[in-house]
Design a protein around this ligand. Structure first.
Ligand SMILES: [Fe+2]
Ligand SMILES: [Fe+2]
Length: 363
């Protein structure tokens, strides 16, 4: 690999003082900057003394457009304060004014090269941090969905149910004007609403008929079991990690996503009129995330086929939900849902359990 500093030279500066062993110099006429190979890794651009003053600004812009990280030195015999300010504000990295010796000029160029290299390194680090952040987000989503699926796996519901509930919930939150942070988190947290079903015995969870009172009481426990799984508390990992000489770098701080998921697990069967479970909360005592997921969960259950019922069409779902609306759902959430009915319909078709081809596009 070529380790020489790549210099883009505009103008007729005599560069004999720059050693061929250290520098590769590419000259380009001031009216031909667009023809420069943008794939070349230029570290520094020099705009020579002879370049017309009126061309400097457009040159700076053009060079910066082609090369994000390049350092740009402008050489001038003399210059006014205003012009100097403008050159620097347009991304000039250094300004050399007046007669300077070759040694000084080489030193200035070297300084700029070091500066450009630091900038490049910094940009690489920023990209790396962004990449790792994205990897972390992807891994988090992956784990959450698999965790949600583990719960649904034992139930009659499909893995897509939890994803659809996440989608519906996000749309409602957005319609209600919630911030993106809340809506995005809800999309990830909603799929965990029934994680507590992991702790419900099969004979109750999979019972084909109606649950009797005692069985229903046990079934209701899935809300609190969900909280037990998701709530913030030390996981008891420390002794294990210490024993392996590993430092516990995370896991002890509260995870807002899991906090929201825990809130939803506890409250997604609460009803607006206070007749829900497990706490019998009423109205706005029920966290908003729980009120939203409650509706999304019911809608998806109605739209989906179950062993005990067929999948209902949009109209029937709406009729059933309207009938239950006054007592069951938060009226504000229900209004948002009604205004999104076409979007909900599209989601249920696009991501239906049948896996049939998509015939609509979500608006
Ligand atoms: Fe549930
Ligand atoms: Fe569900």
């Amino acid at each position: 690999m070529n380790n020489k500093t790549q210099i883009l030279m505009i103008g007729n500066l005599d560069t004999a003082f720059l050693s061929n062993e250290k520098y590769d110099i590419f000259r380009v006429a001031e009216d031909a900057v667009e023809t420069v190979d943008i794939n070349r890794d230029y570290e520094i651009a020099i705009i020579g003394f002879d370049v017309d003053e009126s061309d400097i600004f457009s040159l700076l812009r053009k060079i910066r457009n082609c090369f994000d990280d390049i350092a740009m030195i402008v050489l001038r015999d003399s210059i006014g304060d205003i012009l100097a300010d403008e050159i620097m504000s347009l991304g000039g990295t250094d300004l050399v004014v007046g007669v300077v010796g070759d040694k000084v000029l080489e030193c200035r160029i070297n300084n700029m090269v070091k500066f450009a290299q630091l900038l490049q390194r910094n940009n690489c680090l920023v990209n790396e941090i962004e990449r790792r952040g994205q990897e972390f987000d992807d891994a988090q989503l992956d784990i959450i969905i698999r965790l949600g699926k583990a719960a649904e796996y034992r139930d009659e519901e499909s893995g897509k149910h939890i994803l659809r509930v996440g989608c519906y919930s996000r749309h409602i939150a957005e319609k209600l004007g919630m911030e993106a942070e809340f809506s995005d988190m809800l999309f990830l947290a909603a799929p965990l609403h029934d994680i507590g079903k992991i702790g419900v015995p099969d004979k109750i969870l999979l019972k084909p008929g109606k649950l009797d009172e005692q069985e229903f009481e046990i079934m209701q426990r899935h809300c609190n079991i969900g909280v037990e799984i998701l709530k913030h508390e030390p996981l008891g990992l420390e002794p294990f990690l210490k024993w392996q000489n590993k430092r516990l770098s995370s896991g002890m701080s509260k995870n807002p996503l899991l906090e929201m998921a825990s809130q939803i697990a506890l409250s997604h069967h609460e009803k607006w009129n206070g007749s829900g479970y497990p706490q019998g909360l009423k109205g706005t005592e029920i966290p908003l995330a729980g009120r939203i997921v409650a509706l999304a969960d019911v809608y998806d259950a109605l739209r989906s086929e179950r062993p005990y019922k067929p999948a209902f069409d949009e109209e029937k779902c709406l009729t059933i939900m309207r009938d239950h609306s006054p007592g069951h759902f938060d009226p504000m959430v229900f209004d948002a849902f009604e205004s999104l009915i076409d979007v909900f319909d599209s989601i249920s078709r696009l991501f239906g359990d049948s896996g049939k081809a998509v015939d609509q596009v979500v608006a």
